[in-house]
Design a binder for this molecule. Structure first.
Ligand code: C5P
Length: 231
């Protein structure tokens, strides 16, 4: 069976301190988002893909992939959940149904490897809820108290970092996101909307280098280790 993809790409990426949203910064000669899309567009089981773009996005149309007919477009919203929800509605218009699997993946996460994508699809294929790629916490964790001092050390053995793709049934995810938005709860990933709706998404261990570009040093790090990079 196949799967559908939504790529939310309507964020401004203010923490990058760059002249454009991070998904459009160059990495190894192409825009970051083009690398992100590549992992999905080359997959034989992809049924359709939608990118959610800011309404006034001036960058998308200058990319090579803007003319790719396999890529649908949705309008992004003020919150990530709005952008994803608009993407889900676009997929429904393209022929997806509520029982189909949909993968949501950050535009700014260009280093997803096929093995991780296949591992997620395989391990969740018979799951009643779905889940997400995630990475066990590596460093010792501190919860901050007042004045920049440690309030406590958190048990890292039960802490995971939430990565993407996150994979759910389209209808279940749509309802969870709609409920979360209506209730005004802030959800920074799809799993947290599902949790809020009462589900327990499964954690699927993925590669730690599937990083989300957030700060300038993240992009430098990816440049260094990109295939073909000068050593
Ligand atoms: O800001 P953050 O790094 O959490 O953004 C993760 C992803 O969500 C990015 O790909 C960003 O473009 C997207 N996003 C969006 N619409 C928003 C906010 C973020 O599509 N309103």
């Amino acid at each position: 069976t196949g799967f559908w993809v939504v790529i939310p790409a309507a964020g401004v990426g203010s923490r990058m301190l760059a002249d454009r949203p991070k998904q459009y910064l160059p990495l190894a000669g192409r825009a970051l988002i083009e690398h992100t899309l590549g992992c999905f567009l080359s997959h034989p089981r992809l049924r359709g893909l939608v990118v959610s773009l800011a309404a006034d996005d001036p960058y998308w149309n200058s990319l090579d992939c803007a003319s790719d007919e396999r890529i649908g477009r949705a309008v992004g919203g003020s919150e990530r959940a709005d952008s994803v929800l608009n993407g889900l509605f676009r997929l429904l218009a393209l022929g997806a149904s509520d029982t189909d699997w949909v993968l949501v993946h950050d535009a700014a996460r260009p280093n997803l490897q096929r093995a991780d994508l296949d591992g997620l699809l395989e391990q969740l294929s018979r799951d009643p809820v779905g889940g997400l790629l995630a990475v066990p916490a590596k460093d010792t964790l501190k919860r901050a108290g007042a004045d920049g001092r440690v309030a406590e050390t958190v048990d890292r053995s039960v802490i995971w970092l939430a990565y993407t793709p996150q994979m759910f049934r389209l209808g279940m995810l749509r309802e969870a996101l709609q409920q979360a938005l209506a209730a005004g709860v802030r959800v920074t990933d799809e799993a947290s909307a599902m949790e809020w709706a009462g589900y327990a998404p499964r954690l699927i261990e993925g590669r730690a280098d599937n990083i989300k570009v957030t700060r300038p040093e993240d992009l430098h790090w990816l440049e260094q280790q990109w295939p073909g990079a000068l050593i």
